[in-house]
Design a protein around this ligand. Structure first.
Ligand SMILES: [Zn+2]
Length: 117
């Protein structure tokens, strides 16, 4: 009974990503390796995760790849911010132009009105 409960617990206890990476990079001892393989056979979630990780063919460069991904995200964010700032600049330019036009038109009308009298 007790053993059955422990089995259930082990089966539902998923493998952390670091351990999956160690498994891919052959850094696990034979006992851990067997445990990971047993879990992978039962768990769709973990075998999917392993598939995703092994899709990165240069396994030793995984931390570099993750750094590159983070950098790309950061670059995209910066580019978006720059675009937003550009839009704000053009919006204020249009507003200023409209204000100047309005003032010029008002001056013209006032001048016209005064000179007619
Ligand atoms: Zn799992």
């Amino acid at each position: 009974m007790n053993d059955n409960f422990r089995d259930i617990f082990v089966e539902t206890n998923c493998i952390p990503q670091q351990e999956l990476l160690d498994y891919l990079q052959d850094n696990l001892g034979p006992d851990d390796r067997r445990r990971v393989e047993t879990h992978l056979a039962d768990c769709e979630f973990c075998s999917d995760a392993l598939e995703g990780l092994s899709a990165i063919t240069e396994k030793e460069k995984i931390p570099g790849v993750i750094r590159q991904m983070k950098w790309n995200v950061l670059q995209n964010l910066r580019r978006k911010n720059r675009k937003k700032r550009k839009l704000e600049f053009y919006t204020s330019l249009v507003v200023i132009t409209l204000v100047i036009l309005f003032v010029a038109l008002a001056c013209f009308w006032i001048y016209h009105f005064v000179s007619k009298r």
